[in-house]
Design a protein around this ligand. Structure first.
Ligand SMILES: *Cc1c(COP(=O)(O)O)cnc(C)c1O
Length: 389
């Protein structure tokens, strides 16, 4: 007989994903609809990608207008959307220029290449070590897997790219020791570790990284792939701390649902990459950039204030609720430590029409930034009900 979508997926799609038994077909804002017409409130946002939810009209218009004019050119020619997006990214961050790619892993690959080149130029060929943090996540390519400070991602794929040394997050003594022992080019970090369990770096540790980096001409690379683009309640997560990274990488929420990665270079690093050293066929694609330009231009002070208020609201509703042990994170990237098993909670929420995520043993919430209070209230009620003992 004829196979349904889920059967066909199991037959024809490489077996890398443990999907939920749901086939989504459409949506609007923070509501998703499956093939049977059941509706879900989306607190996952396509893993922090759908910044303004599903089928956002302004974003759709920006994307389809560009799509109907010019969908791709290659990087042999100039186009307007990528230039305008780069200009806005630089204006809003103080960074100097941008390399566009198609994903978070590629944005980090570019940062790692630039950091190695910078260090080799400034301090010599044997200065290449990049420090990353235990519990971090930086991507799935062989090099960004090596950068990822979690053993569970490494086995099966060795030998990985050499040159990465892992430091315990928020452990200044470990940081100082490893910097003393190695010839360090850069420190790569997420201010809030997403995949690793929604854990925030402390103010003290981040300041310490900045001080050492300035003293020893070590580059600071902020991986803003998940926490960036308004999710933290500031435009980029590092802006919650008093620091200035030398390189900022981002992706996920930047395109509002289309694939785009960006590597932003500051004063020290803006001239490191020269013609021929790096490239990407799809990077800077006009359709993706037109979408991203629309998204970024709407992440203004008013929206950021709303993100902070919604974050406070979720915390006030869930802190101390039955079965919820703690809440971590920043803005609309929140982690819930629960008494009941996180996977069981996720299945129960799905059953009751609320989509949430996991991060290690925690529940992870990454709703669209413009989720309505009504949707949020309904979802919170379901989460409370499911978590309660
Ligand atoms: C998701 C993620 C990545 C990898 O992004 P892809 O687009 O999946 O390659 C890198 N860093 C962080 C912090 C992420 O959350």
């Amino acid at each position: 007989g004829k196979m349904n979508i889920q059967e066909m997926d199991q037959r024809y799609i490489a077996n890398t994903y443990a999907r939920f038994p749901v086939t989504l077909v459409s949506g609007k804002g923070s509501i998703l609809t499956d093939e049977a017409g059941k509706e879900y409130i989306d607190l996952a946002g396509g893993i922090a990608v759908n910044t303004f939810g599903i089928a956002d009209e302004q974003w759709q218009k920006a994307v389809t207008d560009q799509l109907s004019r010019l969908q791709h050119t290659s990087n042999l020619y100039y186009t307007e959307p990528c230039v305008k997006l780069a200009e806005l990214l630089c204006e809003r961050t103080g960074m100097k220029n941008v390399f566009f790619s198609n994903s978070g892993a590629e944005a980090n690959e570019c940062a790692i290449k630039a950091a190695r080149k910078y260090a080799a130029d400034q301090k010599g060929k044997d200065c290449f070590t990049i420090i990353t943090l235990n519990g971090s996540f930086h991507g799935r390519t062989i090099t960004t897997l090596a950068a990822t400070g979690q053993d569970s991602f490494h086995h099966d794929f060795t030998p990985l790219t050499p040159g990465f040394v892992y430091v315990e997050a928020n452990d200044s003594a470990d940081l100082i020791q490893k910097i003393t022992k190695n010839n360090v080019a850069a420190i790569l970090f997420e201010v809030v570790q997403g995949e690793g369990g929604v854990n925030r770096l402390t103010e003290k540790f981040v300041k310490q990284m900045q001080e050492i980096a300035l003293e020893q001409d070590i580059l600071l690379i902020a991986d803003e792939v998940q926490i960036g683009n308004g999710r933290s309640g500031k435009l980029y997560g590092y802006m919650n701390y008093d620091i200035q990274p030398d390189i900022v990488t981002t992706a996920k929420g930047l395109g509002g649902g289309l694939p785009i990665g960006a590597t932003l270079f500051g004063e020290k690093t803006a001239d490191v990459l020269t013609p021929g050293l790096h490239g990407s066929t799809f990077g800077g694609n006009p359709v993706c950039c037109a979408g991203a330009l629309n998204i970024l231009s709407r992440i203004d002070e008013k929206l950021l204030k709303e993100v902070r208020e919604k974050s406070e609201y979720i915390r006030s509703q869930l802190e101390g609720a039955s079965g919820i042990k703690s809440i971590t994170g920043l803005g609309l990237m929140l982690g819930l430590e629960t008494v009941k098993d996180a996977s069981a909670i996720i299945s129960d929420c799905l059953e009751k029409g609320v989509l949430i995520l996991k991060a290690k043993e925690k529940i992870r919430l990454l709703p669209p930034l413009n989720i309505t209070m009504e949707e949020l209230d309904k979802a919170i009620m379901t989460i409370k009900e499911v978590c309660a003992q």
